[in-house]
Write a protein that binds this ligand. Sequence first.
Ligand code: C2E
Ligand code: CA
Ligand code: CA
Length: 633
Amino acid sequence: MCESNLNKKMNKTFHSFLHQQILILLGLSLFPGLGYILLGWINDVIMPALIWYGLVIITSVWGYRLHQTFLHKSMTRTELSLWHQQLRWFFYTLFSLWTLVFLLYCRETENNLHYIAIFTQIGASVVASTLLFSDKKLYIPTLVIMMLPLTIYFAGIQQWYGYILCLFSYVFLGVLLYGANSSNKLLLKTHYQASHDQLTGLYNRSQFIDELQQTINSLKSTGHYAYLLLIDLDHFKTINDSLGHDIGDQLLVKVTERMKSHISAQHTLARLGGDEFIIISPEFNNKEDCQKAAQQFSEQLLKKIKNNYILEPHHLYISASIGINLLSNRDIKVSNFVKEADIAMYEAKASGRDGVILFSDDFSKKIEKNLEIERLLHFALEENEIKLNFQPQYNLSQTIIGCEVLARWNNKKLGMVSPADFIPIAEQTGIIIELGKYILEEAIIQLHQWNNKGLILEQFSINISIRQIFHHSFVEDVKQICMRHHLDVSLCSKVIFELTETVAAEDITRLIMIMNELKKSGIHFSMDDFGTGYSSLSYITQLPIDELKIDRSFVSNLHVNEQNKAMVSSILNLAKTFKLSVVAEGVETSKQLDFLTRKQCHILQGYYFSKAISSEEFEALYFKKKAANLSNT
Ligand code: C2E
Ligand code: CA
Ligand code: CA
């Protein structure tokens, strides 16, 4: 435990222990003090006794004010440390006053008052060692102030019993110091454990909230700005699950070391739990500087985190998503500052992870909108608001050979909502299970109807969310639906489930099992948005997939730079090696079409041919094309 550091940054919770002792000590001084006035009256030292008691009253008022300040004022770190200094001086003064009364009465042997004085002094020392043990700088000087005069007094008797009492007093002082020291150590240790994270030694959540509160108090008094960074490691769970918690823990410690080396002494770094860290910056005079510094600082931090980690025998790579929130004297709850940083961090995750995003009010609006979507999505199926559209897929001779089923939601209040907006919400909330099942059934019905009408497709692609495929009844549901609508194996084998890559990391073995089970019914699989996720190569070797869908971004940027062309060519080569068919999606221009045709990309889909259209429109298009093809031949 780093004790000196701990002492430097003691917080209000810690000081509250000392704060509680103020009133007790005031009581122990003011009431017995009255007795000393009486003794002073009996022994004709009433004037000094009254003056002494007057001093006790003045000191008590001081102590009471310190007590009230702590209770009612939200203090900055500097104010708290100033308060602590003053409190020390208050206690020194109070105990010095007891030494003063000892000096006054120890000479009064006439009525044996010296016995009372000696007892009081010993009693006060015990009180000091038991009530002040939380602060070393407090109890050591106080005990010395109390006990030294006593030892001198005993030695001054110049009798053998006086020397023995003097010696005993030293031993007693030693015992009191030892007792206070042990309690002090225990208190610091308990406080450390309650305020620090065991694994990394960083502040934990509760200590962090204290720190944040103090920073906000300070910003309220200075009008300055600071920033808050919420850092969440990307795909840490995968490392934990696949390599074990030991490696996960070691990685967290290494990441902590890197973060520590990046921050200055004025930053506060804490671990909120799991793979989530948080940083509070020092103060800045204005908002612009603060924002710029936050952006720069987090980008450099991210770079540092992303360097390779060697945890023999593993060489690991990890990125992070960082949410920034600016702290100011805004009148909101402390926890809301964290919530906002959290929202920004999730936004960074949603936009592909490995990035930094600054919180802005737009996010709050977006969240409100998402909540509205979530609320209304619950009724979407009941209200029959979800419809299916179909985007045709063409072969190289530009014949429609298949389609992708795309969901459309037309809501009374929100109008048309894009699946890019409502599918992620359906996934997060679990509605996707019911929604996905509905889409699947409607799609299968359509496939069957078309087949009966002579609209013969080679393949029929349906998007399946990972949460949906992992649902315990998914395989059974698929089988039931196929049976209910009398889909024979030949028709079933036209169905392709499109899965996205990022998904596959979660539980590969289980995913493979589910896929193989579905393959028994003839269903095929396609890797959607191929090239954008992680470890693409390892997935295609492990998962039983049949098709790759080149992500739209590569196709639409084909002519922006040579790299995209190279990427598309490599994917096509890769597919050839693994005997997979390839769909290029998002084909919008004839230039893109030319390139893909030259490269022998098997299947094409995009606005160049058609957007996703209703089933009626699809039928019309299909039969029109078919008629045209027939008349051509
Ligand atoms: P996705 O699976 O990558 O689907 C392709 C998206 O690209 C569709 O957007 C499609 O309309 C759009 N697109 C196709 N060709 C072009 C083009 O040439 N240019 C441009 N700019 N865009 C093109 P959509 O329909 O908005 O769907 C968005 C995403 O929502 C889909 O991405 C898919 O991930 C998800 N989604 C849609 N329907 C379903 C569904 O029924 N179930 C699940 N789980 N997800 C769905
Ligand atoms: Ca898709
Ligand atoms: Ca896609």
